[in-house]
Design a protein around this ligand. Structure first.
Ligand code: ADP
Ligand code: MG
Length: 555
């Protein structure tokens, strides 16, 4: 590679290790890198998609088919490939789901763009065509979409279930979907302008291993996974004044370099008395304010634990910062960081109860402004609970986006085939070389039903042909049921997705593809082929993207 470049390009302005790739070579290099990423996640698309096992450098294992998780763990070391990973991250942030779809479409757009470039079509024409197609496609999604109201629990549950299909959370998807929709409904408020705002900050997810997922539940209030600091403390209160403390209940440390010179036993006793006095005073401040319960983010000294227990106060130490913040929402009051200024108005108000089996505290707010719910997810092992949590988090995002956006579409490839059909008839009005790019864009969308079929072990070409025919007959919602292999109205069958996620996937996939196509010159400070030993496209995730190194040889 470098030999060839040295003939044509002046290298004087660059350092010795620098490399430069231009024009078609640059495009090819970038397109290959981006496609490799897309290929790596494709096989996970849809309910019948496979899982990936990711092993990080510490040997920790994650088993998942969540696009963004896979890409984040892959340790990708290639700037172009990283741009594609960003597509997934944007999609995750904006919609909570559809990451695999977005990345797969980006990869397919680039694959089709490559064919156009091979036909000597200038990249700017492709970029323009893709841009037009993306706008038109999003307008089509909006036209096709149905509206959904926040109280349409049944439909929202289908949205949640669709988002969980194919993940571990699927086994209990009915129960989980119900809990997810209840959670979203509990934190949804109607704004002055009649729109709905979902504040997921008021919904906490807590995971617990041991019992089965079927025993997951939605609780009003917070869950604190901690033990009392002393066995003699009470563990439940119908009504309690609750102190949220961000200061240790410990002896204030003298400066490290301060020396305490103790010359006689009396002095030692005096010194110890002083410490005891300090702790006693802190506990007294808590008692005087009227607190029954203390959730402390920092440590609590043994002696202070003893005093607190004697006063009949329940205390918990080293609570998570996020738990303290959430508790504040639930019970009200302030998070106190200096006991000297503590007053009773800083205390929150709520009930506390203990689940002895799980060793959890349930805290429910009793104040007027009490808000906040906790979704307690259970599962037999850490791996199970982690993957369920990922699935549920995504579904929560998906349902909340759906509620605030208010639009849904039919999944299973139905929306993609319909949008592709409309794009093809729009292409004619564009004309010129851009028309070819619009058509290539339509083809790229059909990757979704093709891969869904492929991953389900069905004939992808046959499926696509039949789907196109159905849509020619105005069956707008006909998609693939991957379980039966039949074509049907997927909306009726319960495969329902938020329109917003589809629009977002189209927008970010197009943006990434166009970004890659716009580059005609790569100037790298170091060696472009990072490892140089790769040979497989989208190689094993655990091995990083060593496969990218193979790109150098391709040129
Ligand atoms: P993503 O990361 O893009 O969300 P998924 O693996 O979740 O990827 O797959 C989503 C795709 O699977 C969507 O196109 C969705 O319509 C489709 N899908 C979900 N459930 C079904 C189903 N029961 N039958 C057919 N397709 C489905
Ligand atoms: Mg999904």
């Amino acid at each position: 590679m470098s030999q060839r470049m040295q003939q044509g390009q002046p290298m004087i302005i660059m350092g010795e290790d620098a490399q430069r790739v231009k024009d078609r070579d640059a495009q090819e290099y970038n397109i290959q890198a981006a496609r490799a990423v897309a290929e790596a996640v494709r096989s996970t698309l849809g309910p019948k998609g496979m899982d990936k096992m990711l092993v990080d450098s510490m040997g920790d294992v994650t088993i998942t088919n969540d696009g963004v998780t896979i890409l984040q763990e892959m340790d990708i070391d290639n700037p172009t490939a990283e741009m594609i990973v960003e597509v997934a991250e944007t999609q995750e942030d904006e919609a909570g789901d559809g990451t695999t779809t977005a990345v797969a479409i980006a990869g397919e757009l680039l694959k089709n763009a490559e064919d156009l470039l091979d036909q000597e079509i200038h990249p700017t024409a492709v970029i323009k065509g893709f841009h037009l197609a993306s706008q038109e496609a999003r307008a089509a999604v909006d036209e096709i979409a149905d509206s959904v109201e926040p109280d349409d629990t049944e439909l929202l549950q289908k949205v949640a279930e669709t988002s969980m299909t194919g993940k571990s959370s699927e086994l209990n998807k009915e129960l989980l979907a119900q809990l997810i929709v209840e959670t979203v409904e509990a934190v949804t408020v109607e704004a002055d302008d009649g729109s709905y705002v979902v504040d997921l900050a008021n919904a906490n997810i807590e995971t617990q291993t041991g019992r089965s997922t079927a025993e997951s539940e939605l609780l009003n209030g917070a869950v604190v996974d901690k033990d009392p600091v002393h066995d003699d403390m009470p563990t439940s209160f119908d009504e309690a004044n609750i102190l949220l403390l961000n200061e240790p209940i410990e002896v204030e440390e003298a400066d490290v370099d301060t020396q305490v010179n103790i010359e006689s036993p009396d002095q030692l006793q005096q010194f110890l008395d002083q410490e005891e006095q300090q702790l006693k005073q802190k506990v007294e401040q808590i008692v005087d304010a009227g607190a029954d319960v203390v959730f402390c983010q920092k440590g609590i000294d043994d002696l202070a634990q003893h005093y607190l227990a004697k006063e009949g106060i329940l205390a918990v130490r080293r609570a998570k910062k996020s738990d303290i913040a959430f508790l504040r929402d639930v019970v009200g009051g302030n998070v106190v960081s200096d006991l000297d200024s503590l007053s009773s108005s800083d205390l929150g108000y709520g009930s506390v109860s203990r689940d002895d089996e799980d060793e959890l505290f349930y805290v429910e707010g009793l104040g007027e402004e009490a808000h906040g719910v906790t979704l307690l997810l259970r599962g037999s092992t850490d791996h199970v609970v982690d993957e369920i949590e990922r699935g549920v988090e995504d579904a929560l995002d998906v349902v909340s986006t759906t509620v605030s956006d208010g639009r849904v579409v039919a999944g299973g490839g139905a929306i993609e085939v319909e949008v592709a059909r409309r794009l093809r008839s729009y292409a004619g009005s564009v004309g010129g070389r851009e028309q070819l790019a619009v058509e290539a864009f339509a083809d790229a969308l059909e990757l979704v039903p093709r891969v869904l079929a492929e991953n389900a072990g069905l004939d992808s070409i046959d499926t696509l042909v039949r789907l196109r025919e159905a849509h020619e007959d105005d069956e707008v919602r006909t998609g693939l049921n991957v379980f039966s292999g039949d074509l049907e109205d997927t909306f009726e069958a319960g495969v329902v997705e938020p329109a917003h996620a589809k629009e977002q996937a189209l927008a970010s996939a197009t943006e990434a593809a166009n970004l890659v196509l716009k580059i005609d010159d790569i100037i790298a400070a170091g060696d472009l082929s990072t490892s140089g030993d790769g040979d497989e496209e989208g190689g094993a995730p655990a091995g990083g993207m060593g496969g990218m190194g193979g790109m150098g040889g391709a040129m």
